[in-house]
Design a protein around this ligand. Structure first.
Ligand code: HMG
Length: 407
């Protein structure tokens, strides 16, 4: 590779979060649970809820549109869409986004899946594609709606969001290093059969498997790289809920014979997740964005350790180094702009969003208009999903108030 193309990494990031959320204090009181269990026990404040006219395609397209603001779309050679909330068993969500964003005709577009780790599989694929042909840019979209049953233990760990990355040989935010650790084991900790809209989960077991997969993938990563814990300044973890990072970091410290884990090594990665909730494939990368956008310290040159976990299970440990000038390509005002303008739903309104269904008999149906990103799901006809650019919202939820980080 020529010097100009000697590194592969993240050139641009886009993030999209639905415009509606539920306060976990409200959810706790509706479910008769001590609010401290959600705020302190699992570490969550709010969860993002998509309205009926938003899905992984609209969320993913909005995130990608932001990432592509500073990238020439004609250079996008491949679009990989990672999701476990797919809208079709055959046609990739990537194809809809390809159309909505007017990506080049020769851009390959497809979908990948392995629970929350699908996005990381996409990342490794993208790195190999760029290393093979350094003029190539790969757009990765990770988008999901985390759904468990109403009134279940998993309910407070729901959420939704989308994250897009442009991977290229001209990274501006972070380079990605080539040493990886991986771990796969056939376990039933969390899964979603084709006939269910919600995940089935063995919650406590899933936490144990997550930590085992961390141990195993870290071991291979350190063996390959020769690095130790001290070679990393910050750590990002897949975040089903923020207290999971605390458990994971404690485990990593123990594995490395350190008496205590240092929360300051991961806490800036938690800010966004705490008010979004789990976003499955997007979660780790939303954590990374949170770290880079909210850390008061200049992280230039710092190595970040990244742990990706996908139930079922597959996990990966890898790392990246933050590039000089990275802040010029991020949106640290996001916390106030994007999250601060969201509408707070009552629990009854959230349940109405949650239970909304599109017809399954092929009949024509127009979705009511809510506040969305740049695109909306306008309806279905003859079993085809119809998308359109979003105009001004015509429908407001009766009591939903623009509110924000409170609650
Ligand atoms: P649960 O049974 O409701 O909660 O399930 P719990 O009783 O274990 O309590 C949770 C914590 O709150 C505990 O703290 C309690 O002590 C504490 P910990 O022991 O962990 O330190 N607590 C309180 N704290 C303060 N005041 C109180 C109070 N009461 C209790 N009054 C669980 C929790 C996370 C298991 C559940 O929400 C769940 O099943 N979630 C979904 C599964 C999940 O998130 N698993 C995580 C690992 S698997 C993964 O990350 C993959 C995934 O993203 C899917 C994919 O890959 O696609 C999920």
């Amino acid at each position: 590779m020529s010097k100009e193309f000697s590194e592969v990494g993240i050139e641009a990031i886009g993030l999209y979060v639905p415009k509606y959320y539920v306060s976990l204090d409200d959810l706790a009181s509706a479910r008769g649970i001590d609010p401290l269990k959600f705020s302190d026990g699992i570490g969550q404040k709010q969860m993002a809820v998509p309205p009926p006219d938003e899905d992984v395609v609209t969320m993913g397209a909005s995130a990608a549109a932001e990432a592509l603001q500073s990238v020439d779309i004609d250079q996008i050679d491949t679009l990989i869409f990672a999701t476990e909330s797919g809208i079709d068993q055959s046609k990739a969500a990537a194809i809809y986004v390809h159309h909505l964003l007017h990506l080049p005709r020769n851009c390959k577009s497809f979908e990948v899946k392995q629970a929350c780790c699908g996005s990381t599989a996409a990342l490794q694929m993208a790195m190999a594609m760029v290393a093979q042909k350094p003029t190539r840019k790969v757009l990765i979209i990770a988008a999901d709606v985390a759904r468990y049953g109403l009134c279940t233990a998993g309910e407070p760990t729901q959420g939704a969001g989308a994250l897009a990355l442009v991977i290229s040989a001209q990274p501006r935010i972070m380079t990605l290093e080539s040493e990886w650790g991986a771990y796969t084991e056939d376990v039933m900790d969390f899964w979603r059969p084709n006939y269910l809209d919600e995940a089935v989960v063995d919650g406590k077991f899933s936490i144990k498997v997550y930590l085992k997969a961390l141990t195993e993938s870290w071991a291979q990563y350190t063996e390959e790289s020769g690095r130790s814990l001290d070679d990393h300044s910050r750590f990002c973890y897949h975040l089903p809920f923020t207290r999971m990072a605390e458990k994971a970091h404690r485990q990593l410290a123990k594995l490395n014979d350190q008496a205590s884990a240092h929360p300051q090594q991961y806490e800036d990665s938690l800010h966004y997740n705490r008010v979004i909730g789990n976003s499955y494939t997007a979660s780790l990368y939303i954590g990374l964005t949170s770290l880079l956008e909210t850390s008061s310290e200049d992280l230039t040159g710092h190595r970040i350790g990244l742990f990706s976990y996908g139930s079922g299970c597959m996990a990966a440990y890898f790392s990246g180094k933050v590039l000089p000038g990275y802040r010029d390509f991020l949106r640290p005002q996001r916390m106030t702009e994007q999250f601060g303008a969201r509408h707070r739903l009552s629990v009854t309104e959230y349940e109405a969003f949650y239970t909304h269904e599109l017809p399954k008999d092929g009949s024509r149906y127009f979705t009511e208009t809510y506040e969305t990103g740049r695109f909306r799901l306008s309806g279905v006809e003859a079993h085809k999903r119809l998308y359109e650019p979003a105009q001004q919202a015509k429908h407001s939820v009766s009591s939903a108030q623009p509110a924000a980080m409170a609650g």
